[in-house]
Design a protein around this ligand. Structure first.
Ligand code: ACO
Length: 428
């Protein structure tokens, strides 16, 4: 008998089953053979929120949440944040390997020349109310892009897939910046192809009357590193949405609109926004103990703390904390940083946070940097979406070419009424 198996005894029947274990997992479908009789459907696994269910096999991102390790395609996040660029990381995530110099030139060239959006999309953005949340605008305009690119339906054609990926990585910052300019009633600043990916994004966000916008190199690099840190995070809520919608063979724009919508919520990418709102609400370090008391009483959660996977310090938060110092040298120190550092110190010494294994996550410090750089709060999840775009696309592509892929369709444990007869209205 192989030792890489699990023996299950069904106490209802006394029967034993031997189930293979592969890479630390059993196949849930192997449970189906466990039945009390021929009419029995067989056992399912019940796993709300997929807390212990692997939905796919993936070669993109490795996370060890116990030890606080994050790697893209095997490369530690610390090395990529130190030595790489966002577009190089995007290539790595999408193609599986770091690009050679000519490959990178080619990739950057493709992305740079797809930054413009159709003028009809700008008119579509014009139609939103002046105070529309930019994340709502982003979700809608990403979905709208699918109507402009009918070739996006050719999802099993590798060059067509690559083209849509280039378009999405290139156009997401343009949509994001235009959404912001619309919300403040300022004319759109068109892409400047002489600038870097993040330099151009800062240009589209903040350009005023100058002939050519010159990004501050420290802020340009800081944003590039922040995008690297957000580029992928394996099967999180938004990546699962991307894969789930993509598994119905929808085009990548529609699937990415769904992923962006998933990111919008405060339990996911919206946490950087609410985390800064929370720090503002706390207002002063002296208010921290009282605030922590309320969190422990279950009145609300400490935003930017805790993670489904990390039960240790989120390695991205550690890098972001370092970038904050470089950014503050240019922008001046954010008053929120002292509150954040003290909040972290007190929380990490507190029995509640220790026993619940709650540490700062990526959203705890990123919002403070974005705020110092001049981004309004409601743009924070939008920034997250720009960084996460290559990850979503890599997950989508991996899902499509996986021979085991089928339409995502979980089971349920039905707990409703048994069959009953329709009651006429007069008898209810
Ligand atoms: N503050 C206080 N208590 C918390 C927090 C928090 N931030 N997070 C979890 N807990 C507590 C819960 O109350 C629960 O306590 P209990 O067992 O005593 O009832 C326990 O820790 C487990 O919480 P769950 O919600 O079951 O943990 P889960 O893994 O499902 O949640 C999540 C992870 C959603 C990130 C959660 O920690 C949270 O809500 N954090 C705040 C929001 C946030 O920062 N989100 C960003 C996540 S990172 C990202 O998406 C990029």
């Amino acid at each position: 008998m192989s030792t890489e198996t699990l023996t299950i005894t069904d106490n209802r029947t006394g029967k034993q089953y031997e189930i293979p274990i592969t890479q630390g997992a059993i196949r849930a479908m192997d449970l189906r053979q466990i039945k009390t009789g021929p009419k029995d459907f067989g056992i399912m696994s019940y796993d709300p929120a997929f807390a212990n269910t692997a939905s796919c096999r993936s070669a993109i991102t490795f996370i060890d949440g116990e030890q606080g390790i994050l790697r893209y395609r095997g490369y530690p996040i610390e090395q990529l944040a130190e030595q790489s660029t966002f577009l190089e990381v995007a290539h790595l995530i999408l193609q599986g390997e770091l690009p050679s110099a000519p490959q990178l030139r080619d990739f950057v060239n493709h992305i740079t020349h797809h930054t413009f959006i159709h003028e009809n999309i700008t008119r579509f953005i014009d139609g939103f109310h002046h105070d529309a949340h930019p994340m709502g605008i982003l979700v809608s305009t990403i979905a709208a892009l699918s109507t402009f690119y009918p070739d996006a339906k050719r999802i099993f054609d590798a060059p067509a897939r690559a083209l849509q990926s280039h378009r999405l990585i290139a156009k997401t910052p343009t949509l994001a910046a235009f959404a912001y300019r619309h919300s403040i009633g300022r004319a759109y600043a068109y892409p400047d192809n002489d600038l870097s990916y993040t330099g151009n994004f800062l240009n589209m966000m903040f350009k005023q009357t100058e002939l050519q916008y010159r990004p501050n190199p420290v802020l340009e690099r800081a944003l590039d590193v922040l995008f690297i840190l957000h580029a992928d995070h394996e099967q999180n809520c938004s990546a699962s949405a991307m894969r789930g919608v993509g598994s119905s063979l929808a085009d990548p724009y529609s699937a990415m609109a769904a992923a962006t919508a998933a990111l919008y919520g405060p339990r996911h990418g919206g946490a950087n926004e609410v985390s800064v709102r929370m720090l503002r609400e706390i207002g002063h370090v002296r208010n921290i103990p009282g605030y922590i008391k309320q969190v422990k009483a279950g009145e609300f959660r400490l935003q930017g703390f805790g993670h489904r996977i990390y039960k240790n310090y989120d390695p991205r938060a550690r890098i972001i904390k370092r970038i904050a110092d470089q950014v503050f040298e240019v922008t001046g120190k954010s008053p929120l940083i002292d509150i954040a550092v003290e909040l972290e110190r007190i929380a990490l010494e507190d029995e509640y946070f220790i026993s619940h294994r709650l540490y700062p996550n990526v959203d705890f410090y990123s919002g403070i940097i974005y705020e110092a750089m001049g981004f309004p709060l409601d743009m924070f999840p939008v920034l997250f979406a720009i960084g996460r775009t290559p990850g979503w696309l890599a997950q989508w592509q991996e899902m499509l070419v996986d021979t085991e892929t089928a339409i995502a369709r979980p089971r349920q444990v039905y707990i409703g009424s048994g069959q009953r007869d329709y009651t006429p209205m007069a008898e209810r």
